[in-house]
Design a protein around this ligand. Structure first.
Ligand code: HEC
Ligand code: HEC
Ligand code: HEC
Ligand code: HEC
Ligand code: HEC
Ligand code: HEC
Ligand code: HEC
Length: 628
């Protein structure tokens, strides 16, 4: 099966709750239902360069090199940053910086501070917590606190906002720093209410306080280039981002070769040959459909499970190559997820449309979107209309003319065929109906015909024609199952079987062993030793995970191996000082051993990293009551 067939498959799609929690990616809750590169060269070098370039261009034209072989799609070409592009592409730069993508992350500004001249207070009755947002010493502060019935403060935790995520079309979230890790604030800004409220997932109890980690994928989709500490998924270098916002090179690939070439050409006064294929930089328009859409899919197709290929990071993806070479993206079949259109992202919806199915790869995100400009109002509708008319004619539409003239502006294709969801604000899912239906209320034909066969396999979104490697696919599929298992228990047994096969096929794969151990704990709770063996193998294979150690420690406790368990808890804390479960468990062990002093010390440790941790506070009261 080739990759397109996979993407065309009518069954995919439909997000549900996992996405709901942004656990990996999605943002949904009641409200969000969801150095400039100038190369100084001597005259002689210039002359040589001039010859070389002219020659290269000639070769490009005569040899008709396939446009896919972009020089900057290779590893090793340097990123230069948007400012370098500005010099020669000033107008693209200007308009792009006003789009949502061009403002995807920001540092709190004087304007933001002015907005908070009057502090904001939110009281959440359900959680019995108070949240405050205010400016202090030129910084924005988020605070969470709780008081008892007499008004005495039980705890209060404050953090300075380091980054704002989101331009704000739907909303904004905020990041705080603790050491070299970033965490999501429990408070977000919602454009719909033009005010602040709990971040998605918090009022449902999925997250609390300032404990939700920012993992690599979150910042990989939202920033220009996150700089992770090697081997970590949530610790960052200083500063954490080389480029703050989504930038030119995320869609065009690294720019060093292109900038050098054009700087040399400009210095030589060479004429610009518009007709030549410029292999120094990727223009997505010139890519074949699958890899063209991959440029957008890196961030706009979250999938239900994403598994990086061994040794890869998200930043290894280069526009002009296949996304599947870096990450395997899987979706849960729609029959399992349930049909709920609002929770789909644009890719998933678009693939349900007739326009997509019948246009043979011609339709892609850029058939309608110019990512350099974000048009609004009539300008936007007129532009989109002209995009429809690049494939349709005004007489393609069968609706009565009078009805079509009655829209504003008249004959606004979008208002009837791609309406917005009026009532809900949704982050990470389309607000605009990208299914392009004849009438918005109908069920897409692609889904109607799907009833007869009920697929139970995950859909492999990034399977490319070249990725026929069954072994590699087994690894991806097994790990994908482990990612979706909590949300879709019906996939659990199959996941376990796949993990078992994968563990046999990849004996030293830390990730597989860790996932296998977790799956065993759920599916075979009495077989402690088997799960323990898997976790131990994961550690032996180099896993740096605090969670793996804590899971193993729990099994050791069950087996009565207290000393081994305590060592594992201590290692967990050392590897991840913000991992509260390890502290809580260890404190439990100390209190079991009647070691009051160490138990109190550990619990104080939790309350230091997580003052709102109620379990730690309760446990502390009990331990204090123990005799000395
Ligand atoms: C020194 C001037 C210069 C700089 C700096 C520069 N470009 Fe260009 N770029 C050009 C010229 C001239 C063209 C048009 C001729 C061509 O395509 O060969 C061009 C064309 C392009 C194209 C279209 C290529 C095609 O085949 O359609 C893209 C995309 C592009 N530039 C992106 C960038 C990005 C991204 C940066 C920053 C990393 C950048 N440029 C920096 C001069 C420059
Ligand atoms: C590096 C990740 C990334 C890539 C690559 C990417 N996008 Fe985006 N896109 C985003 C994010 C993040 C937002 C939301 C920005 C915000 O509002 O804060 C967004 C928003 C948008 C929007 C809404 C308008 C706007 O500018 O905010 C459109 C339309 C869009 N993207 C289209 C595309 C298309 C088309 C492509 C491929 C050519 C693409 N994107 C590639 C991350 C990306
Ligand atoms: C797979 C890529 C991806 C991941 C991971 C991801 N986002 Fe997003 N996010 C997007 C895209 C694309 C959009 C805009 C378009 C949309 O809604 O589909 C968006 C929209 C948003 C918005 C609304 C922006 C606006 O202008 O209204 C916020 C806020 C946000 N994301 C925060 C986060 C946070 C915080 C995380 C991590 C905890 C995260 N996102 C993880 C891709 C991602
Ligand atoms: C979200 C993806 C994305 C980002 C970010 C992006 N571009 Fe583009 N760019 C495209 C696509 C897609 C095309 C092809 C547009 C078309 O032909 O409709 C393109 C085309 C171009 C072109 C050639 C044709 C033209 O429209 O002038 C230049 C030059 C260019 N981009 C420069 C830039 C620069 C400079 C930046 C950063 C300021 C940038 N792009 C950011 C996706 C992107
Ligand atoms: C890349 C080409 C392309 C673009 C752009 C495009 N379409 Fe289509 N569309 C098609 C094809 C091909 C079909 C199927 C044959 C047909 O019905 O004409 C189709 C079918 C449709 C249908 C019938 C759907 C059904 O379920 O029967 C509607 C409605 C539609 N398009 C509306 C639009 C609107 C509105 C736009 C602009 C927002 C648009 N299309 C943009 C190619 C395109
Ligand atoms: C047939 C035309 C068409 C195609 C193809 C298309 N879009 Fe859109 N898209 C629209 C329209 C129309 C809007 C509403 C824009 C507005 O109101 O200004 C929109 C809005 C968006 C938004 C803003 C959030 C939202 O849902 O309103 C994002 C993000 C986006 N599109 C991404 C994509 C991506 C990614 C693809 C490719 C998978 C894509 N679009 C393909 C027409 C299209
Ligand atoms: C007032 C709402 C409205 C507007 C505006 C509108 N359409 Fe339609 N369109 C419809 C309805 C309703 C149908 C289904 C008619 C039927 O099946 O009898 C339809 C059908 C279609 C079809 C499918 C025709 C077929 O042969 O099955 C296409 C393609 C289409 N429209 C394209 C467009 C394009 C392109 C525009 C803008 C130039 C547009 N429509 C504007 C309401 C509208």
């Amino acid at each position: 099966m080739n990759r397109r067939a996979g993407l065309f498959s009518p069954y995919r799609r439909l997000r549900t709750m996992r996405r709901a929690l942004w656990v990996r990616v999605r943002w949904v809750n009641a409200i969000w239902v969801r150095g400039i590169w100038i190369v100084g060269l001597a005259a002689i070098v210039l002359a040589c360069a001039s010859l070389r370039i002219a020659e290269a261009r000639q070769n490009e034209k005569t040899a008709a090199a396939p446009p896919q072989q972009f020089l900057n799609a290779r590893p090793g070409v340097e990123y230069v940053g948007d400012e370098s592009c500005r010099k020669c592409h000033a107008s693209v730069y200007q308009t792009f910086k006003q789009t949502g993508m061009g403002r995807s992350v920001s540092i709190p500004s004087p304007d933001d501070l002015r907005e908070l001249a009057k502090p904001v207070k939110i009281i959440n009755q359900k959680l019995n917590q108070t949240y405050s947002i205010y400016a202090r010493d030129g910084k924005i502060i988020h605070e969470e606190s709780e008081s008892d019935s007499k008004g005495r403060v039980i705890f209060s935790e404050t953090h300075e906002i380091a980054y704002t995520v989101g331009a704000g079309d739907v909303g904004k979230s905020y990041l705080v720093a603790k050491g070299d890790s970033l965490f999501v604030s429990p408070i977000s800004y919602y454009e719909r209410i033009r005010g602040w409220d709990l971040s998605p997932g918090y009022s449902e109890g999925a997250f609390h306080g300032f404990t939700r980690r920012v993992v690599e994928l979150c910042v990989d989709c939202h920033t220009g280039q996150p700089l992770l500490v090697a081997g970590s998924h949530n610790r960052f270098q200083q500063p954490p981002f080389r480029f703050l916002t989504v930038g030119c090179e995320r869609c065009h690939g690294p720019g060093a070769t292109h900038v050098r070439q054009h700087t040399e050409e400009a210095a030589l006064g060479l004429p610009i040959d518009e007709a030549a294929i410029d292999l120094s930089i990727v223009n997505p328009r010139k890519l074949r459909p699958e890899i063209r859409d991959d440029v957008c899919a890196q961030c706009h197709l979250a999938g239900d499970a994403r598994v990086l290929l061994p040794g890869k990071t998200y930043l290894d993806f280069r526009p002009g190559t296949s996304l599947g070479d870096v990450v395997s993206i899987f979706s849960v079949p729609q029959q399992i997820k349930g049909n709920h259109f609002v929770a789909l992202d644009q890719f998933e919806q678009l693939k349900l449309s007739r326009c997509w199915a019948a246009s043979n790869g011609k339709l892609g995100c850029i058939s309608c979107h110019d990512p350099h400009v974000q048009l609004r109002g009539d300008q936007a509708t007129n532009s989109f209309r002209s995009r429809c008319l690049s494939c349709h004619t005004t007489s393609s539409c069968r609706a009565p003319l009078a009805q079509r003239q009655a829209t504003s502006p008249p004959d606004n294709c979008i208002s009837c065929h791609m309406p917005k969801q009026p009532t809900e604000n949704i982050g990470h899912s389309s607000i605009t109906d990208h299914r392009i239906l004849r009438t918005p209320s109908e069920i897409p034909a692609a889904l109607q015909s799907a009833d007869s066969s009920f697929p139970t396999d995950l859909i492999f979104d990034t399977k490319s024609a070249g990725s026929g490697d069954a072994q590699a696919n087994l690894r991806g599929l097994a790990l994908a199952h482990s990612q979706v298992a909590a949300r879709f228990p019906e996939l659990g047994e199959k996941g376990l079987a796949l993990l078992e096969q994968a563990a046999a096929a990849f004996p030293n794969d830390a990730e597989i062993e860790a996932a296998y151990g977790s799956a065993l704990r759920v599916a075979r709770p009495r077989d402690e030793e088997r799960a323990a063996r898997a976790f131990q193998k994961a550690i032996d294979a180099g896993s740096k995970s605090a969670e793996v150690r804590t899971q193993l420690a729990r099994l050791r406790m069950q087996q009565g191996q207290v000393t081994a368990a305590m060592d594992l808890y201590k290692e967990s804390i050392q590897l991840d000082p913000y991992f509260a479960p390890a502290y809580l468990d260890l404190a439990q062990v100390y209190s079991m051993l009647k070691d009051r002093q160490n138990a109190l010390q550990i619990l104080d440790g939790v309350l230091k990293i997580d003052p709102g941790n109620d379990a730690a506070r309760q446990q502390r009261i009990k331990v204090e009551a123990l005799p000395d």
